[in-house]
Design a protein around this ligand. Structure first.
Ligand SMILES: [Mg+2]
Length: 191
């Protein structure tokens, strides 16, 4: 998975992974600021829910700092066995589409879908279908970015856009010709 210009690489990353699993499994945590980790003096936040992030709580932050920023923060003990099970589920979904998977962590991976098992031409469509399958299998949301090599894919995902090569993008409208450029397209956030 190097930077060859014609490879289609998807970067997939589960949203607020540990915290989302906890909110999925305990309805009392939904809509509330949740930190996975230990509230103890030397504790560290392993993951923060989106509600907690609006208060400035971030992963790797000392729990004491997190509590100062968000006094109502709910700490939940990590359940790594559950996270590993979910990770195995999403990796099984990836393996349905391509053998070329490069896991970066439990919830994050690069997939080379240049020759995916569907024969799908648009990397963006592969990304959308994988997101839908992850949602159906786990009840959780993933973000995805598509690009011809690893690094741009990750950057574009962080801006919540998909980039596709010009040749792919022409089905979305007309663009200039023969220019190597990326065309940003928003991923439908409901998928
Ligand atoms: Mg993640």
């Amino acid at each position: 998975m190097t930077g060859e210009p014609n490879r289609k690489i998807i970067h997939i990353d589960m949203d607020a992974f540990f915290a989302s699993v906890e909110q999925r499994d305990d309805p009392a945590l939904r809509g509330r600021p949740v930190a996975v980790g230990h509230a103890a003096a030397r504790g560290v936040v392993a993951a923060a829910s989106y509600e907690a992030r609006t208060f400035g709580v971030r992963s790797a932050m000392p729990s004491s700092t997190a509590l100062r920023k968000c006094p109502n923060l709910l700490f939940v003990r990590p359940r790594f066995e559950v996270y590993k099970q979910v990770s195995a589920q999403i990796r099984a979904i990836f393996a349905d589409y391509t053998p070329l998977v490069e896991p970066l962590s439990l919830d994050e991976a690069y997939l080379d879908v240049t020759e995916n098992n569907w024969g799908e031409v648009l990397g963006m469509n592969v990304a959308k279908r994988i997101k839908q399958e992850i949602r159906a299998a786990t009840g959780l949301t993933a973000s995805a970015g598509v690009a011809p090599n690893n690094a741009p894919s990750r950057q574009t995902r962080r801006r919540n856009i998909v980039t596709v090569r010009l040749t792919e993008s022409q089905s979305f409208g007309s663009f200039g010709s023969n220019t190597t450029q990326f065309v940003p397209c928003r991923i439908d956030s409901s998928t």
